[in-house]
Every structure is written in C-alpha cells, then in structure tokens.
Design a protein around this ligand. Structure first.
Ligand SMILES: *[C@@H]1O[C@H](CO)[C@@H](O)[C@H](O)[C@H]1NC(C)=O
Ligand SMILES: *[C@@H]1O[C@H](CO)[C@@H](O)[C@H](O)[C@H]1NC(C)=O
Ligand SMILES: *[C@@H]1O[C@H](CO)[C@@H](O)[C@H](O)[C@H]1NC(C)=O
Ligand SMILES: *[C@@H]1O[C@H](CO)[C@@H](O)[C@H](O)[C@H]1NC(C)=O
Length: 364
C-alpha cells in the first residue's frame, strides 16, 4: 500500500501546522486541531492498510459546492480528454470554428481523425485507468510546477506520497530528488514546450523527458504538430511530416508505443478552462491570438477536474520575486512574464482556490 503510516510525513499531515515552513492559514479542508493523517484520510489505517475502506473525507468537490463563486465556475462533468468515441460530425463542425488549442480551424480532417481513431480504448477516455487496481477511493494528486520556490524545499517525500504526481515541461528530477521527489504519473506538455525545454534546460539537467512504465503522457493540442507527434508515438514510427519530421518519438517517450500510454486534452476543456478560470485581458491585446493558459495551469486544472484532493507545488505565489524562475537554475533568474501567458491572473487563481480549500498551494 502506498498509504503513509499514520503520523508519517504524508503530505496531508506535515504540511499542516507541524511544518517547519510558514504554516499560514490552514486550508479549509483540514479539520482544525487534528494532528495526524487519520483525521484526514479516515479511520485508523493499519500499515498493511486496505485502501478499500478509506474514503475521501474532504473531497475538493465538497468545497466547490460550498463556495459561492467557484461553484458557478466548476463543471466536474466536462470531458477532460478527447478520444475517438467522442468524435462526431457535430464535434468536427463545432471545433472547426476555433483555432488550436481551442479547436481545429484550418487543420486537416484526415490528420485529426487518423490520430483520434487510435484513441479508441477505455484508457483514452479516462485519466486514471489500468495499472492501479483497486482504484483508490480518494485520489490524492500532487501537481509539480517548475518554480524556483522548490529549490531547497525538501518536499520530495511529501510529493511522492500522493497517489499520482503530475509534472510538466522542464521537470528536472536528477539531483533535485529531495526537493521535488521522483515519482511521475503524468507528464504534460505541448510538442513545442517539450522541445523548447530540452533545448533551453539541457545544460541545467533536463536531458530527457520523464519516462517509465507507470507514466502517462498528456498531450496539449496547441498545434497540428501535437496531433502528428501523438499519432507517430502511438504507432511507433518516425514523424512523417511538419516541423518535427524525422523525429523518433521513442527518444522522448521511451520504447512503449501504445495508445494507453498517451492522453489528449479535449480542446473544449481548454476553452472551458480559459473562459471560466483564466479569461485574461491579454485576449484583447495584440497578443490575443498567442494567449493561452500556461502548461502548469492546464495540468493543475486537469488535476482539479479528475482528482479528489490536489496539492500544488512549484506554482507561482505572491512572493515569487524571492525565488528563481525555475528550481533547477544555478544562479537566481527573475521569473519571466511572457506575453502568451497571464501568470498574475494564474497566481490570483491559485491563491483563491487555496483560500477556498479546493487545492492546497505550497508556499513559503
Ligand atoms: C456540465 O457539463 C456537461 C457535459 O459537457 C453538460 O452536459 C452540462 O450541461 C454542464 N452543466 C452545467 C451546469 O453547465
Ligand atoms: C472503436 O471501438 C468500437 C467499440 O469497441 C468499435 O465498434 C469500433 O469499430 C472501433 N473503431 C475503430 C476506428 O477502431
Ligand atoms: C475584451 O473586450 C470586449 C469588448 O470591449 C469586452 O466585452 C470583454 O470583456 C474583454 N475581455 C476581457 C477578457 O477583458
Ligand atoms: C537555491 O537555494 C540555495 C539555498 O537553499 C541558495 O543558496 C541558492 O542560491 C538557490 N538557487 C537559486 C538559483 O536561487
């Protein structure tokens, strides 16, 4: 069982009160005055713990329902992933009206359908399938952004104690295990951000994307490139066309070429997130067409729509200026605010979701 023993340094206990770093206000989903994980995860669990008996006492859905603002934004029934069973003429017509990442305007129908056709199994419609049986009743997820706040954080064990760990882009692990952990269940990216991360952070240790048997990849469809790479990865062939022509997907994702290894975010889900949670003023500027939520934001919001409890590590906080852009930099670099993302808006969202007890944001 991966359930931490009561009183151990599970993320659900040590981050509360007893933590050495700025305790701050308690997240609303933790019962006050409780000092052990028992209060959080339910009845006393033996170390050999049968997960089956454990329930989620404080699912984030409860705090969403109780919140006057967020209950109007979240729709936990919105499909998160796109797979072949969802493809219809109606979907084609509707998504053809929107540019990527929100749709397929200007993209070849053949390129889209030849990719989606491969996503025809149950593992393509759901994030949590397959290897983990029985499915935990309370799915606890950590989403690990790459923010400098993680440098020296010693949060690795807490991160790894979650059922699933999401990482993204230049997620350097080697050499930073104590701070960021080692477990990766999902790696999220666009082909553009993945390849840029390999180029930009190679000398800082990001020499390959995380790989592993229990690891799944979440493609963000920001361009036709993503569909073409996804198809090639599933088929185990070189990329046949476009800017990535000749790329060997297995050099990125490892030798296992199968549809169950790869997930695709639904363009409608990205629209829904942008519209409801991250509707930036940048949309009305010259950069409007470039704007989209950051990869980290998309992964954190994906987790919020699929997990029962979510902890966010390495995401932007109010005091971001104290930390380097990324945890793996050797010399402190200020955080860069690119025109295609709205990190201020994202920072406000994480702060408000934390206050509402819908997620727990690592801060120091
Ligand atoms: C939530 O999303 C589902 C699936 O897209 C939709 O059928 C439903 O009407 C939505 N609910 C609300 C309240 O918008
Ligand atoms: C997808 O799966 C369904 C149900 O198993 C099957 O009827 C259909 O032929 C499959 N489609 C493709 C394109 O493989
Ligand atoms: C963009 O401008 C339009 C028209 O002025 C306005 O209605 C809309 O609210 C603006 N959107 C954002 C996100 O600021
Ligand atoms: C990382 O943290 C150490 C101390 O914990 C500090 O000396 C170093 O400057 C930090 N690195 C960056 C890039 O901020």
């Amino acid at each position: 069982s991966r359930l931490p023993a009561p009183g151990s340094s599970s993320p659900c206990t040590c981050r509360r009160g007893s933590g050495t770093r700025g305790p701050g206000p308690e997240p609303a989903f933790f019962p006050r005055n409780s000092a052990s994980s028992q209060a959080f995860i339910g009845p006393k669990a033996s170390n050999s713990g049968t997960r089956k008996s454990l329930r989620c006492r404080h699912p984030l859905s409860l705090n969403i329902r109780r919140h006057p603002h967020f209950r109007g934004l979240f729709n936990l029934s919105t499909p998160v992933l796109l797979s072949w069973p969802l493809f219809t003429q109606e979907l084609w017509d509707s998504l053809s009206q929107h540019k990527a990442p929100y749709g397929w305007q200007g993209l070849s129908r053949q390129a889209i359908t030849s990719t989606l056709r491969l996503l025809n199994g149950s593992e393509s419609t759901e994030l949590f399938t397959g290897s983990r049986e029985p499915r935990p009743h309370c799915i606890r997820c950590a989403v690990v952004g790459n923010g400098g706040i993680l440098n020296g954080s010693r949060q690795g064990r807490n991160i790894d104690a979650h059922d699933y760990v999401f990482r993204l882009n230049g997620a350097v692990i080697k050499g930073f295990e104590d701070d960021v952990g080692t477990k990766t269940s999902f790696y999220g990216f666009t082909v553009n951000t993945m390849k840029n991360s390999l180029i930009s952070y190679w000398t800082l240790g990001f020499t390959s994307v995380p790989q592993g048997q229990d690891l799944h990849y979440i493609f963000i469809p920001s361009d036709i490139r993503d569909y073409v790479m996804l198809r090639s990865a599933i088929l185990g062939v070189r990329v046949p066309e476009g800017p990535d022509k000749g790329d060997r997907p297995w050099t990125y994702f490892g030798p296992e070429a199968s549809a169950s290894k790869f997930k695709l975010l639904h363009p409608d889900f990205i629209s829904y997130l942008t519209e409801r949670f991250l509707k930036s003023k940048l949309i009305n500027t010259t950069f409007g067409d470039l704007y989209m939520p950051s990869t980290g934001a998309l992964m954190l919001l994906t987790a919020l729509h699929t997990c029962d409890q979510v902890s966010a590590y390495g995401f932007i906080t109010r005091n971001y200026w104290k930390f380097s852009d990324h945890y793996f930099e050797r010399i402190k670099k200020p955080l860069i605010f690119y025109a295609n993302h709205d990190l201020s808006l994202e920072a406000t969202l994480w702060r408000d979701l934390h206050k509402a007890g819908i997620l727990w944001l690592y801060q120091r």
